[in-house]
Design a protein around this ligand. Sequence first.
Ligand code: E4P
Length: 219
Amino acid sequence: MKFFIDTANLDQIREAQALGVLDGVTTNPSLMAKEGISGEENIKKHYLDICSIVDGDVSAEVISTSFEEMVKEGEALAALHPQIVVKVPMIQDGVKALRYFSDKGIKTNCTLVFSAGQALLAAKAGASYVSPFLGRLDDVSTDGIELIGQIVQIYDNYGFKTEVLAASIRHAMHIVRCAELGADVVTCPLAPILSLLKHPLTDQGLEKFLADHRNAQQG
Ligand code: E4P
């Protein structure tokens, strides 16, 4: 399973990269705005900065909602750097744009996916990745994890090449459940990734090993 970090914060991306487990980055307009990135040139520069830190795919989301504008914007984003994946919303013109980009050999990430039907359509349109938002489903009392399982099953049934990129991950157990279900990728902030390494018995065990070692040196 691949680990992507879901942020536009360069320090967090560097920290995840330094950990040696990072396979890519996802961003969205809200995450870019959170870092205060605005204006076409600044946005492009920021994507290039991200590409210079990581080796893998970097999702850059279109702001347009019409087919023609999405194609124009997506082609410009894709031309920025070979690591750029064009992120397209699950709307009618978005599905058309996914097919267009797929036919042109441009990688895509279909975002804002909340149902198995949407995921099926994204795969049919040739999306490289599909992003079901499991945390946001949990927020409205719907089982996000169940959706991940459904999509993995449907893609397996028909051999779709689209990768399941579990998004809107909130905590370590989301990551573990996605791994159990066979999601291809998880994307989340740095904190859930770091919380995977935590266990009180690890801390207690290490403390005891070091104390025993210290005592042996003194004896
Ligand atoms: C995915 O690509 C999205 O950027 C993201 O995972 C959304 O997560 P959120 O629900 O925490 O905003």
